[in-house]
Design a protein around this ligand. Structure first.
Ligand SMILES: Cc1cc2nc3c(=O)[nH]c(=O)nc-3n(C[C@H](O)[C@H](O)[C@H](O)COP(=O)(O)OP(=O)(O)OC[C@H]3O[C@@H](n4cnc5c(N)ncnc54)[C@H](O)[C@@H]3O)c2cc1C
Length: 383
């Protein structure tokens, strides 16, 4: 009998497997496809507090995520690296000038001792000195702030490797039939083998509600995904040196253009739209690509980028907690739902996965009525 069965091998499931195994629990993780195949390989790859969440008043989330950013920079310097960002303001946005200046200073303050470098307002000339490609854009000015970029799928694989090294069993391409009962769960694997476990963790991102239905758990509607697409350009065609955060000229949504020299490309994203598409079959719509192209052409008119210059495109579904309101205004906080021996982890971000995993494993201690050793994932380096 296992202590924990985890369904879902995204960043959250991988983080939980590592933490639980390090605390001495016997763990099996089942992933329907390959680890990281879902949302965790389709993010904007920012390890960030989320400067735009300050506008939503989500101070707690920003503070927590900035603390996690500091931890990931320390334990995974090969996968997460500091990145200075320029927040640019369109000439029409003069009334935002003071607001952005205060915003980046607050961001610095919330990062406490982990600010990573200078945060301050910039004039138009100051912006262009940092990033000459901005010279042709109708900009008022902006601000310099510090964040980090991460390798999302690299973080998943690294957590899986560390989980296995700590004794966890990880089965990919495994869609089990799971039966929940009062003593725990049993999972019938495709080959006919049965795994019994004293507890079940659902770390299923945007698949959460569908799989809960599949295994007969009450339908709670925990997650409501919004679709985000990214496109890439080659570094030669789009020789951006500095990461840029901008407001889209159509609707003022914050989006990013981020150079990824290690991949020889610039990543542009993202969108945030309601969708009825299944996370198994997401599509990159023409309208979404056109939306990103309008922003890029507005900010970098001299490059004359066209859709034919796009070298890559993909879509992901954010596993956001179900809430009323505009898509981009929904919280990125997470929630742990317990029913008997089942824990469902919903919401969250790539950046906060470690904290989500820690809270989940703390919760497992209660379910298993076991006093577990303290979490060590904030200190142990990732492989
Ligand atoms: C466009 C976009 C941009 C983003 N940008 C950022 C960012 O810059 N920074 C940030 O911090 N966060 C970002 N996020 C959020 C972040 O990517 C997600 O919060 C995170 O990856 C979710 O991880 P997860 O493990 O919960 O879900 P997933 O990665 O989706 O993992 C769930 C897994 O469950 C598996 N599964 C499904 N059904 C079953 C089953 N029956 N049995 C077993 N396994 C099953 C799936 O195959 C999948 O691998 C972004 C998200 C999107 C969509």
């Amino acid at each position: 009998m296992q202590d924990v069965l985890i369904l879902g091998g995204g960043i959250v499931g991988a983080g939980i497997a590592r933490d639980a195994a390090l605390r001495g629990l016997s763990v099996t993780l089942l992933e329907k496809r390959t680890v990281g195949w879902g949302t965790s390989s389709r993010s904007s790859r920012l390890i960030h507090g989320g400067i735009r969440y300050l506008e939503m008043g989500d101070i707690h989330l920003v503070h927590e995520a900035l603390a996690e950013r500091a931890i990931l920079l320390r334990i995974a310097p090969h996968l997460v690296r500091p990145a200075p960002f320029l927040f640019v303001l369109d000439a029409r946005e003069y009334w935002q000038w003071a607001r952005v200046g205060v915003g980046v200073l607050l961001y610095r303050l919330l990062a406490s001792g982990h600010g990573l470098g200078p945060h301050h307002p910039l004039t138009h000339d100051g912006l262009v000195t940092h990033e000459p490609l901005l010279g042709g854009a109708p900009l008022l000015g902006g601000a310099l702030y510090q964040d980090a970029r991460g390798d999302d799928i690299g973080l998943v694989r690294s957590n899986i490797e560390a989980a296995k090294a700590a004794g966890a069993r990880v089965c990919e391409h495994t869609h089990a039939q799971v039966h929940v009962h009062s003593e725990g769960v049993s999972a019938l694997l495709p080959g006919g083998k049965v795994i019994s476990s004293r507890s079940l963790v659902l770390a299923l991102g945007p698949w959460t509600d569908a799989v809960r239905r599949e295994i007969g758990l009450p339908s709670l509607g925990l997650v409501s995904g919004t679709k985000g697409i990214h496109v890439t350009f080659s570094g030669e065609r789009f020789p951006l040196r500095h990461a840029v955060a901008l407001r889209h000229p159509d609707d003022a949504r914050v989006m990013f253009c981020v150079p990824e020299p290690e991949h020889g490309r610039v990543l542009v994203g993202t969108t945030d739209t309601e969708t009825t598409e299944s996370p198994d079959h997401l599509t990159v719509g023409d309208a979404d690509v056109a939306y990103l192209m309008r922003a890029v052409r507005h900010l970098f008119p001299a490059l004359d980028l066209v859709e034919g210059d796009i070298t890559g495109r993909w879509a992901g579904l954010r596993p956001l907690l179900r809430q009323q309101g505009a898509t981009s205004g929904r919280t990125r906080e997470h929630h742990l739902h317990q029913e008997g021996r089942v824990l469902t982890v919903a919401g969250g971000k790539l950046t906060t996965y470690r904290k989500m995993a820690e809270e989940t494993v703390d919760g497992l201690g209660g379910i298993l009525q076991q006093s577990l050793p303290p979490c060590r994932t904030a200190d142990l380096p990732l492989p």
